[in-house]
Every structure is written in structure tokens, then in C-alpha cells.
Design a protein around this ligand. Sequence first.
Ligand code: OGA
Ligand code: MN
Length: 292
Amino acid sequence: MKMQFKPLHKVFAAEASGIDITKPLKDSDVRAINAAMNQHAVVVFRGQALTAQQQLDFSKSFGPLDIGLKRVFKRPERLEDERLIDISNVDVHGNVAKRDSPKNLSNFANQLWHSDSSFMNPRAAYSMLHCLVKPSWGGNTEFADLRNAYDTLDARTLNEIQDLEAEHFALHTRILLGDDAYTDDQKKEIPPAVWPLVNTHPGSGRKVLFTGVHARQIIGWPTAESRMYLQDLLEHATQRENVYVHQWEVGDLVIWDNRSTLHRGRRYDIAERRELRRTTINDDHQANLMAN
Ligand code: OGA
Ligand code: MN
């Protein structure tokens, strides 16, 4: 069966069909998925009953896996393999996490528009999120296309941002959410990463407005002015017509490119179980070559 991609939105996001991703991928499948990612930036696979190992095997075909903030937090984890990121409100004992738990704090941080690991260098290339349990309402994930955000900037802003760089800091979202009891040593453990506001996406050659809530400062600008400017860029990038809303079904696997999209989770009843599992490809040199 030939793999096909059906657009889900006017400017990006597509649904794949004609492939069983629980089985090992052929080189031609990997090439077709990379090509679809370069074009659509978000690709949805429905009805894929992936085990943890199958998700790891599938993911590894696209580059080396990233463990993100786990390197720093070193908290006890429910999922055994450190390359599996537990996007759930379930605690280490398997129960729904307490309302004020660190687990839920991370989930609320995920409800701000972001690009995974943009606070690190190398950053994340693809993230792959697989749905195991969904709540009875809410809990969608939304995506915004940063290529279209760039293409639709007004002339003045387009000109202004060309040589600007932003500093992305891992704890910025936590601090915004009132979780600010970090020691100076902890803050130093994850030094900020600096990215130009204008990136060229390696696989597609398209220009990208690389913003998101991890960005806390424009290099060389006063902080207040920086933050308002970044806020304006984020507002532009996440206008409703630039957003694809993914309504989860159990068995969905969604891949997004963190170098060309932003995403955020949406509210749901946190007393209900929501369980997804993420794998993330590191954007190192090898990943760049593979995306080309
Ligand atoms: C993620 C993320 C949002 C969600 O998995 O990286 O931000 O809807 N998830 O859970
Ligand atoms: Mn995320």
C-alpha cells in the first residue's frame, strides 16, 4: 500500500494513511515521512497501537533521541526507558497525580505555546506523541505554523527581526507559573540557549519565525521591551487561522517539527486520567542531514 498524506489545515498539518508504524520502517518510508514533515510540519497517524518499544524503534529511524529536562530534574519516573517522556497526569505509583504535584506543573507549562527543548543546544527536531488514555473533555493539542507566521509578518517587523537573537531559558515558563524556588546553582545547571528569531528550516529551506514562551529576552534589548516584543510575535504566530487543533483518539501518533512549529496542550479535568508518551529527536548534525 502506498503512503498518502491528506492535508488537515489550509497551510500545514496532514494525516498519513497506508502505513502500519508498529512494523519496522523501510528506508523509503523514512524518506517519505521526512519529505511529508518538511512540507506539512505536523503529521498525524491514526489507529496505531504502538507498544513503548515500537514507539522507540519507530522514532530511532529519524535520528538520535533526546531526553530534554530529565538531565536536570532527575526525578523518579514511571516509564522505565529514559528516552520515553511521560506526558501524563499519572504519578510514579500509577495514580492520577495530585492537583498541586510537580507532574501537573509540567503539564501546565506545556499549556503555554512552546517548541520542545528550545532552551537547549542542540534543540529538539521532531517530537512524537502517542495517545494511550484521553480524558472525557478537553486535552486537545494545538499547533501553530512558524513558517506561515514568518511569511505573514508585516514589512516593518520583517525588517526589524532579521538580525535579532533571543535567549531561551528552561525555567522561564516555570517561573511564569509561580514555581520560582530555584537556587542559583539549579538555574546555572541549564544555561540558556540563543537562537536567531529568523531561522531557515534545514529540510525545506523555508524561513521560520522562531519564537515561543521559552524565549525570555532579545539579546541587547531592555528586558521589558524584549518581553513585550516577544509577546507580540507570539500573538502573531498563534492567531487562530494559523493553528491546527488536534483532537486526540487513543492510538494516534502525532509528529511535529519543533524547528518550524509551536504547540500547546489545552485544559481538561486533571482529576481524570490523560496519558500520552513522547519521544523526541535531537536536532544534531545527523538529524539535519536526515531531514534533508
Ligand atoms: C509535549 C507537549 C502538550 C499536550 O508533549 O511536548 O507539550 O497536549 N504536550 O500534552
Ligand atoms: Mn511540548
